[in-house]
Ligand binder design. Structure first.
Ligand code: SF4
Ligand code: SF4
Length: 154
């Protein structure tokens, strides 16, 4: 009976679409760097990744302008990925230390942190510019804070 069920499962699998896709190329390139260089030059095409699911937690984004420097995000970050910049009273986030838990996003009272869909974060240098988030600009769906009357009249 078990043999019959196993055979049935195997046969069924033959007609299902694969759950994964061959990203970034159909066959593993001899050199990934060379492959990506050729993609940049337009000589080769990359097979795009599958769309990420909703509520995916990718690279963090940060709206510096609206950050109040309250430091709550620093307090909750379990990996010490967020550092305070005392001169500016703002923060910067080291993506290479981030474990994508989103606790900082949850606690931020100003809603200036969010998890994006970006997941291609491999880098030889963990301190590369693209892995240190200092300002991502206004976040999608964010509500602009009204300036206090005195500040607005300047
Ligand atoms: S919790 Fe939000 S407002 Fe407070 S310092 Fe962090 S990013 Fe800025
Ligand atoms: S997502 Fe988690 S690990 Fe990453 S910066 Fe925020 S609190 Fe720290």
């Amino acid at each position: 009976m078990k043999m019959f069920e196993a055979a049935r499962t195997i046969l069924k699998q033959l007609f299902l679409n694969p759950a994964t896709n061959k990203f970034p190329a159909k066959y593993a390139p001899a050199s990934t760097i060379q492959f990506l260089n050729s993609v940049t030059k337009g000589e080769l095409q990359m097979i795009p990744p599958v769309p990420v699911p909703s509520k995916f937690r990718g690279k963090i984004a940060y709206d510096k302008e609206r950050c109040t420097g309250c430091r709550l995000c620093i307090d909750v970050c379990p990996t010490k990925a967020i550092e305070f910049i005392p001169e500016e009273k703002k923060v910067k986030i080291f993506v290479s230390r981030c474990c994508f838990c989103a606790q900082c996003v949850e606690i931020c009272p100003s809603r200036v942190l969010s998890m994006t869909e970006e997941f291609l974060l491999a880098n030889y240098d963990k301190y590369a510019d693209e892995l240190i988030v200092v300002d991502s600009g206004e976040l999608p769906g964010s509500v602009k804070r009204k300036k206090p009357a005195a500040e607005a009249s300047k």
